[in-house]
Design a protein around this ligand. Structure first.
Ligand SMILES: Cc1cc2nc3c(=O)[nH]c(=O)nc-3n(C[C@H](O)[C@H](O)[C@H](O)COP(=O)(O)OP(=O)(O)OC[C@H]3O[C@@H](n4cnc5c(N)ncnc54)[C@H](O)[C@@H]3O)c2cc1C
Length: 516
């Protein structure tokens, strides 16, 4: 068993920011970060556009950023939370820069500001088109300088430890005492006892067949917290990115950043029509939900598999300067953006909902905090404004830190039983896991995607139950593996998305049920 003062699940922007702050403030305390896979694999690493932070106070203001956020969220945002996140932006950005993250500046040495869909002003701070990778690099490098932090890569969090595991009364307030973790290299299951636990396990993109998210985004934290009894909300608000690069292959789709449309690219259908002009006065820069739904409509009408992004009229040198990564990726697929149109399709991208937290990042379970994409703060409402998520993660990591500075975290003397895997064995075949995963992703893509209906949601629930029963049977008799746990978690997440979609009787933001 490992004992630690502060446990962090996840090494993306939320988990690392929190860990750096706690470790610097409490040099005599121990901080343990567990992360599945490589330490730098996260949604954070792939963020392209940047961090939305008000900088140019001549033209921009907190008021404008707040209004843009609330408009994108279709009035379901919590106004107090929006104000808190937006107004803390500049301080959090400065702190990140102090830790070594570098952002592009203009010829006068001011931060170069981008503009993305739904933003009324230029306020997106970026590092070329690989902002997330730069943030991840800087945070990891800071973490490795801190001697009281232990980062355990290839350690998969299986389940949060609560009264359920201690065979105590679960009808009273629940408390989190740590987590059971699978060491992915040795297959041993370790108990980590923690005075406090921070869930920073990211999003759920892989639940869908087309996604911009990397393989780690399987909703583990949300599923674990839900199983432990935490409140989970707004799961129906899955944001689909309008412009993922379309290829015939499955797996992660490369993202063509919103900033490319901000830079002047047009969306065209196969016939060459700029269809967004007829839909919204902001055309290609309408908010994500509108652009995604419009593409979906266009595809359903035409039967085509994708639409196109047209950059042929843009200044090539300037494009390459701003988006070197996108330019190279297209070129590697024989798409010369100065002559060819880029095939694009909407793909699952971001979850607005998740584990409910208050303004201090507290979940409904004592000693369990959450920040970043796995959490539901109330910032995004029914639709996230572009580049507000990195900002949210920074602000909430800081909010949890502040709360814990004011409310000291106490150790509890408690005996936690080891993980019990009696009666289980290593499955002889892995095909059942792969098959059920493919079924799940196809089901969610076809029935629970951008445009939903009561009929499709009911059908989805019926099919999901079949998958659920088969996987639960397998889980009971199998030795734990990452792929099996991830599948089980994704099924939990799919259930939450479908059930909360059924409960929603009003279309809002990114949510559209044609029967509402
Ligand atoms: C392609 C792409 C582009 C984006 N562009 C932008 C942008 O420009 N601006 C913006 O604001 N947002 C952007 N986003 C969204 C943003 O990147 C994420 O919302 C944000 O990075 C989430 O940070 P996080 O720390 O919450 O989670 P993540 O960065 O996803 O980190 C989660 C961590 O938890 C770990 N983990 C998960 N499950 C377990 C488990 N069971 N056990 C142990 N560890 C686990 C993962 O391995 C990972 O280390 C983009 C997202 C994508 C995919």
């Amino acid at each position: 068993m490992i004992s630690t003062n502060y446990l962090v699940i996840g090494s993306g922007i939320a988990g690392l920011t929190y860990a750096v702050k706690i470790a610097e403030r409490f040099p005599n305390k121990t901080i343990t970060i567990v992360t599945k896979g490589e330490e730098d694999e996260s949604n954070t690493k792939y963020a392209q556009g940047g961090v939305a932070v008000v900088q140019d106070v001549q033209k921009d203001s907190f008021k404008k950023h707040i209004e843009d956020t609330i408009t994108a969220g279709d009035d379901l945002c919590d106004p107090e939370v929006v104000e808190m996140v937006v107004s803390h932006g500049p301080t959090r950005l400065k702190e990140l820069m102090m830790w070594g993250a570098e952002f592009d500046s203009d010829s006068e040495g001011n931060l170069d500001l981008g503009k993305e869909g739904g933003h009324s002003e230029y306020r997106v701070v970026h590092h070329k088109d690989i902002t997330g990778a730069e943030v991840q690099r800087a945070l990891l490098s800071r973490i490795h300088q801190l001697t009281n932090v232990t980062l355990l890569a290839h350690h998969f969090a299986i389940d949060l430890i609560t009264e359920h595991h201690l065979k105590r009364d679960v009808s009273k307030d629940l408390c989190c005492y740590g987590v059971y973790v699978l060491d992915e290299k040795t297959s041993n299951i370790i108990t980590i006892k923690a005075d406090t636990t921070m869930l920073a396990s990211g999003g759920i993109g892989r639940v869908y067949g087309h996604t911009t998210n990397p393989i780690i985004a399987t909703g583990d934290g949300i599923a674990m917290a839900y199983r432990a009894g935490a409140k989970v909300k707004d799961m129906e608000f899955v944001q689909f990115h309008p412009t993922a690069l379309y290829t015939n292959e499955g797996g992660s789709s490369f993202l063509i950043s919103e900033a490319v449309r901000g830079f002047g690219a047009y969306l065209r259908n196969k016939k060459g029509n700029r269809f967004m002009l007829d839909i919204d006065e902001r055309a290609e820069l309408a908010s994500r939900d509108i652009v995604s739904q419009s593409i979906d409509k266009e595809l359903k009408k035409s039967g085509d598999s994708h639409v196109f992004l047209d950059c042929t009229h843009l200044d090539l040198e300037s494009f390459i300067n701003h988006f070197p990564n996108i330019y190279e990726k297209c070129l590697s697929l024989h798409i010369d953006i100065s002559k060819d149109l880029i095939p694009v399709v909407p793909a699952s991208h971001y979850l607005c909902g998740g584990v409910v937290v208050d303004k201090q990042g507290k979940t409904s379970i004592n000693n369990l905090f959450a920040a970043g994409e796995c959490s539901r703060t109330g910032l995004h409402g029914a639709n996230r404004l572009a580049s507000n998520s990195l900002l949210e993660a920074l602000v909430y990591a800081d909010a949890v830190y502040n709360y814990q500075c004011k409310n000291s975290v106490e150790s509890v003397a408690i005996n936690i039983p080891d993980w019990n895997d009696e009666g289980t064995s290593i499955p002889k075949e892995h095909i059942l896991i792969r098959h059920n995963l493919n079924q799940l992703q196809a089901l969610m893509q076809n029935y629970v995607s951008i445009v939903r209906s009561n009929y499709r949601l009911n059908k989805a629930l019926k099919y999901l139950d079949l998958i659920y029963n088969e996987v639960e049977e397998l889980y009971k008799i199998s030795k734990i593996s990452t792929s099996l746990c991830e599948l089980r978690n994704m099924i939990n997440v799919a259930h939450l998305i479908i059930n909360q979609s059924k409960d929603r009787k009003e279309n809002k933001g990114g949510f559209l049920n044609i029967d509402n």
